[in-house]
Design a protein around this ligand. Structure first.
Ligand SMILES: NC(=O)c1ccc[n+]([C@@H]2O[C@H](COP(=O)([O-])OP(=O)(O)OC[C@H]3O[C@@H](n4cnc5c(N)ncnc54)[C@H](O)[C@@H]3O)[C@@H](O)[C@H]2O)c1
Length: 243
């Protein structure tokens, strides 16, 4: 039975991915800051033999060490990792504070790098595996008021390509998911902020966002989880360095 380690698995894309991998028969270990939501989820799923939650902050390497060791101890190893935890804040280069810049870099870049540094040795030990990084369409397109988000997601692009080259010889594939807008709490929170500032309802923002997509609807966390599963599984044996 295969095992995946997922960061940010309490809500949104991470939570849908936890469910997808469990549905496919994998063991899942996941870490998140939001212990209250994670505990509600695991109680509902009720799969104690195949699911492990560890509270932790990806900005802290020691938290990741503790989480990854707990997963290895319970399931015997790690075959795939989904570095998913990330945050968004609205800013431009003109108004971002030092604290917010630091928060974005620490969470989206260091959080991902910490996750990879702690898990990849176990993938090597397993004789190979798959790394999936949750980047964004802002890896390659600019969007308004998303200076730090775009900057950090761009960095994940180069991390993906560089790791794909360095880790190929260990049988490790490295790919990124670069979704457009997905209906999750991350975007709900963003629209709530806009809504207060611009006196427009959150529903109106969703309507406008849906209209930007060819099918008339943004993505769902479950749709992204399908791609994450494909990339993490042996079905994607020829895919590496991609997005
Ligand atoms: N929603 C979108 O439109 C969209 C599009 C492309 C990419 N993404 C990316 O997908 C990933 C997941 O986002 P989402 O939309 O599902 O958001 P979300 O807010 O629903 O989920 C993010 C999860 O990560 C956790 N988290 C945040 N910081 C953490 C930290 N330091 N340590 C541990 N856990 C932490 C949160 O508690 C939360 O459970 C992010 O990296 C985001 O940038 C989202």
């Amino acid at each position: 039975m295969k095992t995946i380690f997922i960061t940010g698995g309490a809500t949104g894309i991470g939570e849908a991915s936890v469910r997808k991998f469990l549905d496919e028969g994998w063991n899942v270990g996941f870490m998140d800051l939001n212990a209250a939501q994670a505990v509600r989820n695991i109680e509902k799923l009720n799969l104690p033999d195949r699911l492990l939650f560890i509270e932790g902050d990806t900005r802290k390497r020691d938290d990741l060490k503790r989480a990854v060791n707990a997963v290895v101890e319970k399931f015997g190893g790690i075959d795939s990792v989904f570095a998913n935890a990330g945050i968004h804040r609205c800013n431009t280069i003109l108004d971002i504070s030092d604290e917010e810049l630091d928060l974005m870099v620490q969470t989206n870049i260091y959080g991902t790098v910490n996750t990879l540094r702690e898990t990849i040795p176990f993938l090597i030990k397993a004789g190979g595996g798959s790394v999936v990084i949750n980047a964004s369409d802002q890896w390659f397109v600019g969007k308004p008021h998303s200076f730090a988000y775009g900057m950090t997601k761009g960095a994940l692009g180069q991390i993906t390509r560089s790791l794909a080259i360095d880790l190929g010889k260990y049988g490790i594939r490295v790919n990124a998911v670069c979704a457009g807008t997905i209906h999750t709490p991350l975007v709900d929170n963003l629209f709530e902020k806009f809504s207060k500032a611009e006196n427009k309802s959150v529903a109106e923002y969703w309507e406008e966002e849906n209209a930007l997509y060819a099918r008339g609807k943004v993505g769902t966390p479950e749709e992204v989880a399908e791609l994450v599963y494909f990339l993490a599984s042996d079905k994607a044996s020829f895919c590496t360095g991609g997005h």
